[in-house]
Design a protein around this ligand. Structure first.
Ligand SMILES: C[S@@+](CC[C@H](N)C(=O)[O-])C[C@H]1O[C@@H](n2cnc3c(N)ncnc32)[C@H](O)[C@@H]1O
Length: 562
């Protein structure tokens, strides 16, 4: 039985090339045209939706939102006949989780999620968990990442490919044996073979939803969504909202066109992408791989460039012909830089000094990219982002995180992710707003210069209308977030709530009207001039200090006064 597919998509079977290597077998095809950002299809009846092992006790087992740690002494209702709305709508972010009183393995953020999970899967597994708990004599047990059967439809498993990977196959053999014991099944060769096949299918078709910003965690497998193939220049992307996955267009999609997503971080250099795709057992033949294109080359031809008229990179000519000097560094050198960068040891804890030392080593490795101004080429943007993330929570460095994030929003993100509604772009903008809230207070109290020795940063912030900057940036985030993300996405909810706060400030009627005029029509002359002068200009000015701040901090010269 083929999977039940939502409207908007169909499965295409590649019969002609069936067993040939490189054949995609099945693909998901659009049954109508989709504009960038539009939802293509929603998948809300997953075969598997589990927290992963590490987050099992901190994630609601039904809605998969992260909560506070679980309490095993709970007395939650485990009434098997109880029906409920079961929509799992309670937000469990930070909510204490309660364990099922019978098995103590599954945890929930509330009774609605517990009832819904009971109906969906838990009634079939609860007794088994209890039995294993009794025989193991432990208070609680992890849910095995094995279940659901995976055989509801003939999912691709690449079993022979996995079998050829000795270390991984040994791991699958162990997991399969453990799963058979767990499920109380006879450890016959037939059972173990089936279990291994299920593990291969999960590995091939499930999505890992771990995302600290959304508060989502876990493994998600839907047999319809599992028909989407990979491309490093995808035309679609997936967003998760609790137990639902929404497939959205990233680029314009025509009726009859294959829908593709990226299984990996597609901004990585080619060999790193190939390594990341190794577990999927195919050789990618997308244009990025075929011609070994870098992010700027992919960006230059992206049909999404015009969407940036309403963004922090509204100069579309920069996106069409990026100001980079490729002659200074070869693609082979970039591969080598990335490999060396990845091998550097990461600090185990939160020690700021250790993180700065790592950033210093990474920054030096990136020097050829810096000299060629290839700001959006990995591993440079990740080096900057990780440092900015570390500085955001540092009393000493928080102000310096602002130029770094402005730089990422203007010089890196739009080239890496051309569609402005991509969640990573929105996250960076909201991060800038949060930092402006800090610098705004420091400016108002006169304390900014005591926390930042860079006169350019202090001067720019002193001259800026930081509240209007926040308002305009939040409008960008809310506009694009409403296109590319779930309404319930924490970052979007924060942006909406901060926008309400800013709009409710008194004495800003004129500024608010101009921001609104620009947000309604970016071509409106007064609104556009206001955005250019009060938002874009200070954001670009702050961004222009990022590299010298990084050089000064990471090359040990102390922060320069400019
Ligand atoms: C999630 S499944 C996608 C659906 C799959 N084509 C099928 O027929 O079931 C992932 C598997 O599809 C195949 N696949 C995905 N993208 C591909 C691509 N671009 N080229 C060739 N095979 C691909 C690989 O075998 C991969 O392990």
């Amino acid at each position: 039985m083929p999977p039940q597919l939502p409207p908007g998509v169909r499965v295409h079977h590649d019969h002609t090339t069936s067993p040939s290597p490189g054949s995609k077998r099945r693909s998901l095809i659009a049954t109508r045209a989709f504009a960038p950002g539009t939802p293509i299809a929603t998948f809300s009846n997953p075969l598997l939706a589990l927290p992963d092992g590490a987050t099992m006790r901190t994630t609601c087992n039904y809605c998969l939102r992260v909560g506070a740690s679980s309490s095993s002494s709970s007395t939650t209702d485990n009434n098997k006949n109880n029906s409920s709305s079961g929509d799992g709508s309670s937000s469990s972010n930070g909510t204490p989780l309660r364990a099922c009183t019978a098995c103590k393995a599954a945890v929930y953020c509330g009774a609605a999620c517990q009832r819904a999970h009971w109906r969906a899967v838990h009634r079939a597994e609860c007794k088994m968990f209890s039995r294993v708990r009794e025989s193991a004599g432990k208070e609680w047990l992890p849910t095995p990442a094995f279940g659901g059967g995976g055989g509801a439809w003939a999912l691709e498993g690449n079993v022979e490919g996995f079998r050829a990977d000795e270390a991984l196959w040994r791991d699958f053999e162990l997991q399969a044996a453990a799963a058979a014991v767990y499920a109380g099944l006879l450890e016959s060769e037939e059972t173990l073979e089936k279990a291994r096949e299920v593990l291969c299918k999960i590995q091939t078709n499930a999505f890992n939803r771990l995302d600290a910003d959304t508060g989502l965690s876990g493994i998600f497998l839907d047999v319809g969504l599992a028909m989407v193939n990979h491309s490093c220049v995808p035309n679609a992307f997936i967003g998760f909202d609790r137990r639902t996955a929404v497939l959205r267009a990233e680029r314009p999609i025509q009726e009859g066109e294959e829908i593709t997503i990226s299984y990996i971080d597609n901004a990585l250099p080619k060999s790193a992408r190939q390594e990341a795709l190794r577990l999927y057992h195919f050789r990618c033949d997308c244009p990025r791989c075929r011609d070994d294109l870098d992010v700027y080359e992919v960006c230059q031809t992206s049909p999404d460039i015009p969407l940036n008229s309403f963004s922090l990179q509204p100069d579309l000519s920069k996106l069409r012909s990026p100001p980079v000097d490729r002659s200074r560094v070869s693609k082979g050198e970039i591969e080598a830089i990335y490999n060396r960068w990845q091998k550097l040891d990461k600090p185990k804890g939160d020690d700021e000094e250790e993180h700065t030392n790592l950033a210093r080593a990474r920054w030096e490795l990136c020097r050829p990219l810096i000299e060629a101004k290839l700001w959006a080429v990995e591993p440079l943007p990740t080096t900057i982002l990780e440092l900015a993330t570390c500085w955001q929570t540092s009393y000493k460095m928080v102000v310096y995180a602002l130029p770094l994030l402005c730089f990422l929003c203007t010089q890196c993100d739009p080239f890496k992710l051309v569609a402005p509604f991509m969640p990573a772009r929105i996250k960076s903008i909201v991060a800038v707003v949060k930092l402006l809230a800090v610098t705004g207070e420091l400016t108002a109290s006169g304390a900014l210069a005591t926390r930042c020795s860079h006169e350019g940063v202090v001067g720019t912030l002193a001259m800026a209308d930081q509240v209007s900057m926040c308002e305009a940036l939040l409008r960008l985030a809310v506009h694009h977030g409403s296109i590319g993300a779930a309404e319930d996405w924490d970052v979007l909810k924060q942006a909406k709530s901060m926008l309400e706060d800013v709009e409710s400030l008194e004495g800003r009627d004129q500024e608010s009207a101009l921001v609104r005029a620009w947000a309604t029509d970016p071509e409106d002359p007064d609104g556009a001039a206001f955005f250019e002068r009060q938002v874009l200009s200070p954001v670009n000015s702050l961004a222009s200090f990022a590299i010298e701040i990084l050089e000064a901090t990471l090359r040990g010269k102390g922060l320069i006064r400019k």
